[in-house]
Ligand binder design. Structure first.
Ligand SMILES: [Zn+2]
Length: 154
């Protein structure tokens, strides 16, 4: 990697694993001007295949997943940074499965697990689309809890 100031070659002065163990942080120094900067390498979910319910396969798309999540967060209070962290956590969880293929249901489970603590309303919206109310009891339980909490705060 070249120096962002003088575009000369740089050397790596320090390499460490990011705290989650899924990225590598490198501290670099320019050979010419001694400018120091850091780079972070992360695994990209490039080769992940999503197998849909009908058996159709498609390449994992971050944009598509993000769209679905943003849709479930409509009119909910959240920050861009929070959303970014959420996406990051979801992709880490996917990486941890160490699978090249995930069913859309498995992907949905990973997302829901994270959404549940991120935003309860978004979680329920997302679950209703993904699960199509397969797990009615869980859904009802979550809904009741949400209503109870809301009543408490009012
Ligand atoms: Zn330089």
């Amino acid at each position: 990697m070249n120096c962002p100031i003088c575009i000369r070659d740089t050397k790596v002065v320090d390499t460490r694993l990011s705290s989650d163990g899924l990225g590598i942080r490198r501290r670099r120094e320019c050979i010419e001007c001694e400018y120091r900067f850091s780079t972070v390498e992360e695994v990209e979910l490039m080769d992940l295949t999503i197998v849909k319910r009908e058996g159709k396969r498609e390449t994992y798309s971050r944009e598509k997943l993000l769209k679905g999540i943003v849709r479930s967060l409509e009119k909910r209070p959240y920050t861009e940074a929070g959303l970014k962290t959420l996406m990051h956590s979801i992709e880490q969880d996917i990486q941890r499965t160490k699978q090249q293929e995930l069913s859309s249901a498995e992907l949905g489970d990973v997302v829901m697990e994270r959404l549940r603590t991120f935003d309860k309303v978004a979680y329920i919206r997302f679950a209703s689309v993904y699960r199509q109310f397969e797990d009615v009891q869980t859904f009802q339980r979550e809904l009741n809890e949400l209503i109870r909490k809301r009543n408490k705060t009012i």
